[in-house]
Design a protein around this ligand. Structure first.
Ligand code: AMP
Ligand code: MG
Length: 489
């Protein structure tokens, strides 16, 4: 375990040509102090968790002091936002502090969000509010707890900085970590600028550091595209199975490693509704829950186009199909797992679709329902009232349950064994909006950060039931106000 000053940096991105980024230091704010620290992420970079207790800790992660060996930079990218190409985006309020190499030889970007102005800030102020920082911090760890690939969250620092959004709000910085923050948009910018040499340099960089088994492959750029397609398909299948919507699936928010990246107005679905839109500014529902698989397809096509100068046409055309196959297969497998099924039988997809339709018509809570299905007993004559009570159309549910029962018998499913398996895939707890909101209110109104740590702990393993935490598993109390979340805050 290391002290902050002893972290080992290896800044491979800063060795790329200068057109790929702007070298820029974070803009500190007065009186920085720690809001929350995540020891699980610290362990990934061999950072001694005791370091968070040092008064200087907040200085290092709020731009007041620079870590030895770090070479801060803002990355250039562009992207398709809501279907329209925007020629220049880039890190407008985030700065890559550097890449830490741990003792296992793994590399982790330390990315400081809310770090101040860069060349790519456009009309923005370069800052992030404490509210959105807490949301990103918690959800990164919540998805990780669910086993979904994502950026990780190291810490949040706040300070005496007021940021103006609809109203003045406290500002903050978030340190997030990932093996790479390269997005589809980092490629798109060089394709649309017709800088094909830079496109190749970036593809080689990504292959060298993140897809090293492709270094010597004959069609390495096509293989890269196809592997990204598979990872993206699997990622979106996992979002769908978890009932989670990202909210802003622009190509600049799509990770080249298939990670969940850039948390904004995301949401876990509560009452099941496929047309769920979590982003208040998404008026046409482009990024609704049910559209995510199609948008993934669209985005892989955009990446294929960006890489087309390096790849045979056939391989470009194939990429979205590869994405689709990976997404569908993974989704079917995950949903079978949520029903506790081990084997794959004809008709399983229909069993899932019919259930989802019933859940939709009765507006059943997505997470609670699947968790309660864990209690189903093949050998009981009593239909479970805990299941039935969640539905308005109970006869239709009974029909479905009869089919489910037969399906379980067909693979000789054992209650106890199945229950244990289902308890590892159907979470008890997810980051419901009202839970995040409670942590945010306490932090912004009372500088009380305890709820953030409580949620961080709970969601690090959302599958084990904890005593005294029932209210964290429950849907929001009836009549509680809808929380409105929209793009960049
Ligand atoms: P997002 O919607 O958060 O994915 O951001 C889209 C683009 O806007 C990215 O280039 C961001 O860096 C930039 N951006 C968002 N908020 C701000 C801000 N407050 N200041 C500067 N740039 C921002
Ligand atoms: Mg973004």
């Amino acid at each position: 375990m290391r002290a902050l000053e002893d972290l080992t940096f290896d800044n491979s991105y800063s060795r790329l040509p200068e057109v790929f980024y702007q070298r820029v230091n974070p803009m500190p704010f007065p009186n920085p102090h720690l809001v929350s620290f995540n020891p699980a992420a610290a362990e990934l970079i061999d950072l001694n968790p005791g370091e968070a207790l040092r008064t200087e800790f907040a200085d290092f992660f709020s731009g007041a002091r620079l870590l030895t060996g770090s070479e801060p930079l803002a990355m250039l990218y562009s992207g398709h936002q809501f279907g329209h190409y925007v020629p220049q985006l880039g890190d407008g309020r985030a700065i890559l502090l550097g890449e830490v190499r741990n003792q296992k030889g793994e590399k982790w970007d330390l990315h400081l969000k809310g770090a101040g102005l860069t060349r790519y800030s456009r009309d923005g102020d370069g800052r992030a509010v404490l509210r959105s920082t807490i949301r990103e911090y918690l959800c990164g760890e919540a998805l990780h707890g669910l086993g979904i690939p994502t950026t990780r969250s190291l810490c949040i620092i706040t300070g005496e900085e007021i940021v103006l959004r609809e109203l003045p709000e406290p500002g903050a910085m978030l340190v997030r970590m990932a093996p790479s923050h390269v997005r589809f948009g980092n490629f798109e910018v060089f394709f649309y600028r017709r800088q094909h040499d830079n496109l190749k340099i970036l593809a080689d960089h990504v292959i060298q550091h993140h897809y090293p088994h492709l270094i010597k492959a004959k069609n390495r750029y096509a293989r890269l595209l196809h592997e990204v397609a598979v990872r993206t398909g699997e990622l979106i299948a996992q979002w769908q199975a978890a009932g989670w919507a990202h909210g802003v699936m622009n190509t600049d928010n799509m990770s080249i490693l298939g990670l969940t990246l850039d948390y904004g107005p995301y949401g876990f679905m509560e009452e099941f509704d496929p047309s769920f839109i979590c982003n208040h500014s998404d008026h046409h529902g482009r990024y609704s829950f049910q559209n995510q698989p199609d948008i993934g397809y669209w985005n892989i096509r955009a990446l294929g186009q960006a890489l087309s100068p390096l790849i045979e046409k056939d391989d470009v055309v194939k990429a979205p199909e590869i994405y689709e196959k990976a997404m569908i297969e993974r989704y079917s497998e995950l949903m079978r797992g949520k029903l506790g099924l081990v084997e794959s039988h004809a008709g399983d997809d229909k069993l899932v679709t019919d259930l989802l339709n019933l859940m939709h018509s009765s507006r059943v809570d997505y997470t609670s329902f699947f968790r309660s299905l864990n209690e189903f007993q093949v050998n009981s004559d009593e239909p479970s009232s805990a299941l039935r009570d969640q539905f308005i159309h109970r006869e239709a549910l009974d029909d479905w349950v009869a089919r489910y029962w037969e399906r379980l018998l067909a693979e000789k499913s054992q209650d106890e064994e199945r229950k244990a398996r289902m308890n590892r895939v159907n979470p008890k707890y997810v980051l419901r909006n009202h839970l995040a909101q409670k942590a945010i209110s306490q932090a912004t109104q009372h500088q009380d950060y305890s709820e953030i740590d409580r949620l961080l702990n709970l969601l690090s393993d959302p599958f084990i039931e904890r005593s005294g935490m029932d209210e964290y598993a429950a849907p929001p109390p009836p009549g509680s106000a809808q929380i409105i979340v929209s793009c960049s805050s």
